[in-house]
Ligand binder design. Structure first.
Ligand code: GUN
Length: 293
């Protein structure tokens, strides 16, 4: 089995981003600026934001973190997002999800300037992705494509099954795998909690991307020999250990390639956020009339 080493590929990508940042500083006299907004006390979100801050520091992107009280009003949060969208000083905006109860994420995301939308969650970028126009793409699924690319694991002409239909991972993942682009062109099925016979659908798959948040959901009997698995699941077990959506140990002699958890997709999400920030910076500075504008 080929171990898909997200830690290594992400480190590689961060190094390339660092070189790009250095070149942009020489060319334009200033590093890209990323605004990160964290609302409330969600422990997982606090950890993710710390990782993002650390990655920015490593590659030379200037991060500004807003740590806001969970009791902030919708109106105040919208005001901040509008200001950041209009600020010439900010190149990328990331609103960490989920928001505390009572705040409407959709309304907030729609206020982010699509050219600064490093998460690819604005309806304009979602629409562009779905019709094959240039856009900023969601970091986790785009990171999965970058992993496949690195190892030359092309899904073209193959059957891919995405388990999960979230706006953050499942839906954009399916779009990217089906896209008429390098490391796309797969025949894609989206499964979810209401899929009657998940095992039968998965057994048909050459590529499986579980992203549903159920520890060890994908078992040995559900996987075709030689399949490729990229596990997006990240679950905390009772003993404190992390595990993915795949029964990893039981599958190492069945699959042809698989990501570990941790050390698979997670580091790629953060590294892709770094490269998306560079892309947003370039689009605004070098090609303001580009289709993303
Ligand atoms: N929460 C879980 N994943 C993500 C992500 O990729 N971006 C944001 N903004 N929030 C998240």
């Amino acid at each position: 089995m080929l171990l898909i080493d997200g830690k290594k590929v992400a480190a590689d990508l961060r190094q390339r981003v660092k070189n790009d940042v250095d070149a942009l500083v020489r060319q334009h006299g200033r590093a890209p600026h990323l605004a990160v907004i964290l609302v409330g006390e969600d422990p997982a979100s606090q950890v993710y934001v710390r990782y993002k801050e650390k990655a920015c520091e490593e590659v030379g992107i200037v991060s500004r973190i807003w740590r806001l009280d969970g009791g902030i009003t919708q109106c105040a949060l919208e005001k901040l997002l509008t200001e950041l969208s209009h600020s010439d000083d900010i190149d990328g905006i990331l609103l960490q999800l989920p928001l505390p109860r009572g705040l409407d994420a959709s309304r907030c995301l729609a206020l982010v300037d699509p050219k600064k939308d490093v998460d690819g969650f604005h309806p304009e970028n979602v629409g562009r992705l779905s019709i094959g126009l240039p856009c900023l793409k969601p970091c986790t699924p785009y990171g999965v494509i970058k992993l496949l690319e690195y190892y030359g694991l092309s899904p073209a002409g193959k059957r891919a099954v995405v388990v999960g239909r979230s706006n953050i991972v499942g839906k954009p993942m399916a779009m990217l795998l089906a896209a008429a682009s390098p490391f796309g062109n797969a025949t894609v099925t989206i499964c979810h909690s209401r899929t009657p016979d998940l095992a039968a659908v998965c057994r048909e798959a050459d590529f499986i991307v579980p992203a549903i948040g159920k520890p060890r959901l994908i078992t040995r009997d559900m996987v075709k020999p030689g399949a490729v698995i990229v596990d997006v699941g990240m679950n905390r077990l009772a003993d404190g250990k992390l595990c993915g959506d795949v029964d990893y140990e039981a599958l190492t002699d069945v699959v042809s390639a698989m990501t570990p958890v941790p050390g698979g997709v997670g580091p790629m999400t953060i590294a892709t956020l770094m490269s998306n920030t560079i892309e947003a910076y370039r689009w605004r500075r070098e090609a303001p009339a580009c289709p993303v504008a």
